[in-house]
Design a protein around this ligand. Structure first.
Ligand SMILES: Cc1cc2nc3c(=O)[nH]c(=O)nc-3n(C[C@H](O)[C@H](O)[C@H](O)COP(=O)(O)OP(=O)(O)OC[C@H]3O[C@@H](n4cnc5c(N)ncnc54)[C@H](O)[C@@H]3O)c2cc1C
Ligand code: FES
Length: 245
C-alpha cells in the first residue's frame, strides 16, 4: 500500500449523479479487481474509499456516485487537479477460483469493480455473463463497457424501463446463465438475495464506513463466521459462506 499523488485526466458525468474519474500517476500501477483506493478529498479529514473499476499501466479508472459532501467536492474537481490516494487497498476477487464460466452480479455502482474482474477472467481464458440491476434507466452505467469486452450483459430495472422489471434475481431466473462461480457487489439486501438464490460458490464485496482504511483502527469490523474481520484489510471481498447476514 502506497500514498501517491494522481492527476485527474478526466472527471465526467456518465449517469445520474454518477461520474467516471480517470487518474494518472508518475509510475506503474498494479491493482487487482475488488481492491479499492482511499481518496484524500481536499478539505475533508476522512478519506473516501472507492473501488477500482479498471487498472491502467500508470493509473486507475473509478466510478463514483454523488451522495454527500465529499463526493460532491470530487464532482467539482477539474482535469489537471491532483488527488492523493492510498492504493491499492484490500483483498480482491479470486478469478482463478472460477473453473470455466463466471456470473458477475452488480447492483448500481457495484458494477464498477466487476469490469476489471471481467477483464481478468477473460485474460485467463474464462467466460463471463453479467447481470446488472438499477432503479431506473438513467442510472445505468458500465453495461456498454462490459459488452465491449464481448460478454453478455443483462439488465434489470426496478421500474421496468430497461430489461427485466424487478431485481437482479428475477433477471437471473429468466436468463438461467451457465456458471460455476459467482461474484457480486452492490447493496447488502441484493447480495443477500443473490447468495440465497444461487447454489454455487460465490464471493461478495462488502461496504463499511472506514477510519484508517488500512487495517489499523478496526473501525470497519464486521462479524463473520470466522469472528470479526476488517472490511478494509481482510475484505472487502469475502466468500459467501463467511458473511453473517
Ligand atoms: C470498499 C468500498 C468501496 C466503495 N466503492 C465505491 C465506488 O466504487 N463508487 C462509489 O460511488 N462509492 C463507493 N463506495 C462508497 C463511498 O465510499 C461513499 O459513497 C463515499 O465515501 C461517500 O462520501 P461522501 O462524503 O459523499 O458522503 P458522506 O455521507 O458525507 O460521508 C461521510 C462519511 O461517511 C463515509 N461514508 C458514507 N457513505 C459510505 C459508504 N457507503 N461506504 C463507506 N463509507 C461511507 C464517508 O467516506 C465519510 O467518511 C465504496 C465504499 C467502500 C467501503
Ligand atoms: S478502517 Fe481502520 S481497520 Fe478498517
Amino acid at each position: 500500500m502506497q500514498k501517491r499523488l494522481f492527476n485527474i485526466e478526466g472527471n465526467d458525468p456518465v449517469a445520474r449523479d454518477t461520474f467516471r474519474l480517470v487518474l494518472r500517476t508518475d509510475g506503474p500501477v498494479a491493482v487487482r479487481s475488488g481492491q479499492f483506493v482511499d481518496i484524500a478529498v481536499p478539505g475533508f479529514y476522512l478519506r473516501r474509499p472507492i473501488s477500482v473499476s479498471d487498472c491502467l499501466p500508470d493509473g486507475v479508472v473509478l466510478y463514483y456516485k454523488v451522495v454527500g459532501e465529499g463526493t460532491r467536492a470530487m464532482a467539482a474537481m477539474q482535469p489537471g487537479a491532483c488527488l492523493e490516494l492510498l492504493s491499492p487497498l484490500g483483498s480482491g476477487f479470486h478469478p482463478e477460483k472460477c473453473r470455466e464460466s463466471a456470473l458477475l452480479i452488480g447492483g448500481g455502482l457495484g458494477a464498477a469493480p466487476l469490469y476489471l474482474l471481467a477483464r481478468e477472467l477473460l485474460a485467463q481464458g474464462k467466460a463471463a455473463t453479467a447481470v446488472l440491476g438499477f432503479n431506473k434507466a438513467d442510472e445505468i452505467c458500465l453495461a456498454e463497457e462490459l459488452r465491449a469486452l464481448g460478454i453478455p450483459v443483462h439488465i434489470a430495472t426496478m421500474d421496468g424501463s430497461v430489461g427485466t422489471k424487478g431485481f437482479v434475481t428475477d433477471a437471473i431466473a429468466g436468463v438461467r446463465p451457465a456458471f460455476d462461480r459467482f461474484y457480486t457487489c452492490g447493496p447488502l439486501p441484493m447480495m443477500k438475495a443473490v447468495c440465497a438464490a444461487l447454489d454455487a460458490p460465490g464471493e461478495v464485496s462488502l461496504e463499511e464506513r472506514m477510519g484508517c482504511g488500512a487495517g489499523f483502527c478496526y473501525g470497519c469490523s464486521v462479524q463473520t463466521q470466522g469472528g470479526p474481520r476488517r472490511v478494509c484489510a481482510d475484505g472487502p471481498v469475502f466468500d459467501k459462506e463467511e458473511v453473517l447476514w
